[in-house]
Design a protein around this ligand. Structure first.
Ligand SMILES: *Cc1c(COP(=O)(O)O)cnc(C)c1O
Length: 404
């Protein structure tokens, strides 16, 4: 049985559940996880799903059932992961800029923690000394990723403790006898060049002799997936080979058996997701022909926020004559999904499918313009199920307090 979802099925789902609608093919998540597993087979590697990409509880449970671990970027994500059934030892909390209270809670819950500031490292030492193992989120001063907004390892980035502050790190670690077991970096998103990960290994291995208890090298996430038809993603087989070649041949690794951790978010869930929208109106101007859909950056902000490209298909008219259309939303803001994009002829009422919308799609959705967040549907082995209801009117003022 084919596990991809046909356009005909997508149109059927749009009719069944209404639009706008996020559809996730869970079999694609499995396919992506298996790619990682087979590329890294026989190596000492663990994968932590960076769940901020998509946190629907069913996605978390499914990822858990595949055998993956989970990486969280807030204490609430840690609690969601526990709710989804992950044991504490499969949960990693990679923090940035957080209050020390959250680290105390994470320690109480027994999860792995990566600390990203000298200030929190000192507080950690004062509170727990050598009682609880901990990781350091470091900033390696490497420029990587699709664009500056999603690049996190460069020298103007807020993320991590800059590696040039090694002396200060060591002073604190020694003062409190802190048990550092993991060195972490995450340099950005959409990193196609596996050389970036090899560079990261070099930076971390330079530091290794200073941290005798380190057992884990965590290289973060950021694997690229293809958004355009002829685009290439990160070559995972090559990544596995280069990473382990670099580790094997490194003199500082001798005598230590290191585990390698990765934190893929987008790689696991981007391609599983499709946002289905309906064309409200067609409008012709002097410069272009607009197709306005019943969505906007309130549902999928990546095109506007990151200038991201999403493939858009008119699945109601797959064989229609191709012409250029500008695909926009219905929000009172400029919310252009695509400008002058070749599309099969569009009529009002047609269903447009936005591909590759699983990661940072619904997760970054809002109620801007007092519009409803979309519903979410899971498809697994060809069976569909609603996994989040569409908002209703009452949801828009559920937390408001009428005092007048
Ligand atoms: C966001 C994030 C990731 C995942 O990034 P992707 O580009 O989705 O793979 C991994 N690690 C950390 C610490 C992150 O903040």
């Amino acid at each position: 049985m084919s596990t991809s979802i046909s356009n005909q099925t997508l149109v059927h789902l749009a009719e069944k559940y209404g639009t706008p609608l996020y559809v996730y093919n869970f079999n694609t998540i499995e396919r992506q996880y298996k790619k990682l597993q087979s590329a890294f087979e026989g190596t000492n590697t663990r994968f932590f799903y960076a769940c901020k990409a998509l946190t629907n509880i069913n996605v978390l449970k499914y990822v858990k059932s595949l055998g993956a671990n989970i990486d969280c970027s807030s204490i609430n994500e840690v609690k969601l992961a526990l709710k989804a059934g992950f044991p504490a030892k499969r949960i990693l909390y990679t923090s940035n800029g957080i209050s020390f209270d959250e680290i105390e809670v994470a320690k109480e819950l027994g999860v792995y923690i990566n600390i990203d500031s000298l200030s929190n490292l000192r507080k950690f030492g004062e509170a727990f000394g050598d009682q609880y193992p901990v990781g350091l989120r470091l900033r390696p001063n490497i420029m990587a990723g699709g664009n500056l907004k999603i690049s996190t390892g460069h020298e103007n980035s807020k993320f991590g403790i800059p590696v040039d502050l090694l002396d200060d790190i060591l002073t604190i670690v020694k003062a409190y006898d802190i048990n550092v077991i993991d060195l972490h970096i995450h340099t950005g998103s959409e990193i196609k060049d596996v050389g970036v990960f090899v560079k990261g290994i070099e930076v971390l291995f330079d530091l290794l002799p200073h941290f005798p208890h380190v057992k884990v090298i965590d290289l973060g996430g950021g694997f690229k997936v293809p958004y355009k038809k002829d685009e290439q993603g990160t070559d995972i087989d090559l990544l596995a080979k280069e990473v382990f070649d670099a580790i094997k041949s490194h003199p500082n690794a001798l005598g230590r058996s290191l585990e390698v951790w990765f934190e893929p978010g987008k790689f696991l869930v981007s391609e599983c997701g499709t946002l289905l929208t309906k064309v409200n109106v067609l409008k012709k101007t002097k410069t272009t022909r607009f197709a306005a859909v019943n969505s906007g950056f309130n549902h999928l902000i990546r095109p506007m926020f990151y200038d991201a490209f999403h493939q858009i298909d008119n699945i109601s008219n797959e064989n229609g004559e191709v012409g250029n259309y500008s695909i926009v939303g219905n929000i009172c803001e400029t919310d252009t999904f695509a400008w002058e994009r070749p599309m099969n002829e569009i009529k009002e009422g047609d269903i447009l499918a936005f591909r590759n919308a699983g990661a940072y799609g619904f997760e970054m959705a809002s109620n801007f313009n007092s519009r409803y967040k979309p519903a979410e549907v899971m498809v697994l082995n060809g069976n569909d199920a609603l996994i989040r209801e569409r908002d209703q009117f009452a949801d828009l003022f559920r937390k408001q307090i009428e005092v007048l």
